[in-house]
Each structure stands twice: as C-alpha cells, then as structure tokens.
Write a protein that binds this ligand. Structure first.
Ligand SMILES: [Zn+2]
Length: 104
C-alpha cells in the first residue's frame, strides 16, 4: 500500500519539475527561433550564435526533461496517449503497468 502512495507522490513531483523546467526550455527554444527569424539585427555574428546556443540548450532541456519527468515511477516507461504523444496533463493510470499515478 505504501509504495502506491510513493508512486503518486513521485509522479506529481516529476510533473512539478517538468512544468518548472521542461516547458520553459521548449518555450526558450521557440522564442529564440522566432527572434532569429523576425529580428534581422540578431542575425549578425555574435548574437546569432549566442541565441542559437540558448535555443539549443532550451531544446535539449525541454526534450530531455519532457521524456524524463513524464515517466511512470513504477515501470520507468513514458505513458503515452493513443496517438503516441506525451500527455500534458497528469495521467491517472499508467497504460503500461496499470499503476495509479494520480487521483484526479
Ligand atoms: Zn507504469
């Protein structure tokens, strides 16, 4: 019984981290690309590479974090929706092992 609660706790903690780091990372990536496309002043040498670097960093953090923090703590697999995407909301049940992940 107690490890069931631990799984829920761990999962909600992971989702907190995901919200805190993975989504801002992806946002950073999108923003840096958008600013490079629309602000031509930024396409000069030093800025271009700085912003590209920031964007790449955000992309890696976002992609890695999204996969890492979406995992089911019980079976370590990423619960995916029917279309293969990672759900943005908390899953109530893991489709892989059937562990209860949240109460909502
Ligand atoms: Zn699972």
């Amino acid at each position: 019984m107690s490890d069931r609660i631990d799984i829920k706790k761990k999962y909600s903690h992971q989702l907190k981290l995901r919200r805190k780091y993975a989504y801002p990372g992806l946002l950073l990536f999108v923003l840096s690309l958008v600013s490079l496309v629309f602000i031509s002043e930024l396409r000069v040498k030093p800025w271009f590479f700085i912003i590209l670097g920031i964007g790449l960093f955000g992309f890696l953090v976002g992609l890695f974090g999204l996969n890492y923090w979406s995992r089911c703590p019980a079976c370590n697999k990423v619960p995916r929706q029917g279309d293969g995407s990672i759900p943005s909301a908390a899953m109530d049940k893991c489709p892989n092992c059937g562990a209860t992940l949240s109460d909502t």
